[in-house]
Design a protein around this ligand. Structure first.
Ligand SMILES: *[C@@H]1O[C@H](CO)[C@@H](O)[C@H](O)[C@H]1NC(C)=O
Ligand SMILES: *[C@@H]1O[C@H](CO)[C@@H](O)[C@H](O)[C@H]1NC(C)=O
Length: 310
């Protein structure tokens, strides 16, 4: 018997020296526990390391509580989301190969939040829900749902929160245009809240284009009516105070000295250019008439612009 044990021990020693120490077996994450099975040797110690991003080239860091200890499991906390672990056996001078775990997923930490995408459309929001990873969906299938709450942000006092339970995509309709709506989602697992709520996302809801068009049309008609009324009033005033306007303009014109006018008319044959004093009265009539027609033209232009912009 003793001899048998001796032979086995020698055999193990031979294996260890030629093939190295046997590494931990069956490294896996069960819920939030990283576990491994020890080889058939009580004197083996383990060292555990991790890397927060499984794909990065960063160096491996020690899990300080699990360096050269007999512990055979590790409780995974939320800050290790996305990390990978590796563990090896150590005995005296011997060390085994590293054994690697899968990355830590939502199933292993309760800290995952739903990923919510908002696509804002007139008077509605199209919600698309996804996960940080697919582990919950794989494990629980249709028992994973989302409880989406939404409320108007600048509602004075305590906002009225509405909620809707959805499984993937959903339209939230009949939202008030120009209001700032906030949305927040939380996991439901078997209809019970799970994990933390996502961050709030707020969006201003646009108006339907028909409503915008209708309002633009209304305002343009209103503007046209106003401008027409103002033009009408101007024309009326001009007609009514026809004489006064003429008198107002007269002294202005007369201030221009005759020799200036001569210079102005210099290029023209003298016969074709009547004397400024006899011209004066008639030119005021022209100014008045031109002013009327200018005003009318402007009105027409404005109306045309208004019409073409609608
Ligand atoms: C991890 O711990 C081992 C043993 O204590 C030490 O030799 C090594 O330098 C440590 N590694 C890091 C990255 O701290
Ligand atoms: C969904 O969220 C709302 C608002 O937070 C809450 O009142 C409601 O109870 C939740 N529904 C479920 C099924 O947990």
């Amino acid at each position: 018997m003793i001899r048998h044990i001796h032979v086995t021990a020698v055999f193990i020693l031979v294996i260890e020296s030629t093939f190295g120490l046997e590494p931990p077996q069956d490294v896996k994450i069960v819920e939030s526990d990283l576990q491994w099975k020890p080889p058939n040797d009580d004197n083996v110690l383990y060292s555990l390391q991790y890397k927060l991003n499984s794909k990065s080239e960063d160096e491996w860091l020690n899990v300080s509580s699990h360096i050269g200890t007999k512990l055979k499991s590790f409780r995974i906390t939320p800050e290790f989301y996305g990390a990978v672990f590796r563990v090896r056996s150590e005995k005296e001078k011997h060390i085994s190969e590293w054994q690697y775990s899968n990355p830590v997923q939502c199933l292993n930490v309760e800290s995952c939040v739903p990923v919510m995408n908002l696509n804002v459309k007139p008077e509605m929001v199209h919600l698309t829900m996804t996960h940080m990873d697919r582990s919950l969906e794989k494990e629980y299938g249709e028992h994973v749902e989302f409880n989406v709450s939404y409320w108007k942000k600048d509602n004075r006092g305590y906002p009225e929160v509405q909620s809707i339970i959805i499984s993937r995509n959903e339209d939230i309709v009949n939202l008030e245009p120009w209001q700032n709506y906030c949305f927040q989602a939380e996991y439901l697992l078997f209809e019970k809240p799970y994990g933390n709520p996502s961050e709030e996302k707020c969006e201003i809801i646009p108006e339907r284009s028909e409503a915008v068009k209708r309002r633009v049309f209304f305002y343009s008609i209103l503007a046209t009516v106003l401008v027409s009324a103002m033009c009408g009033a101007c024309i009326f005033l001009l007609f009514k105070h026809h004489k006064k306007v003429k008198q107002c303009l007269q002294p202005l014109h007369l201030e221009i000295p005759d020799h200036y006018l001569e210079v102005l008319y210099n290029g023209f044959p003298l016969e074709a250019c009547p004397s400024p004093s006899s011209q004066s009265l008639r030119s005021y009539d022209m100014i008045t008439v031109m002013e009327h027609s200018n005003v009318e033209e402007n009105c027409q232009k404005e109306e045309q612009e208004k019409r073409s912009s609608t």
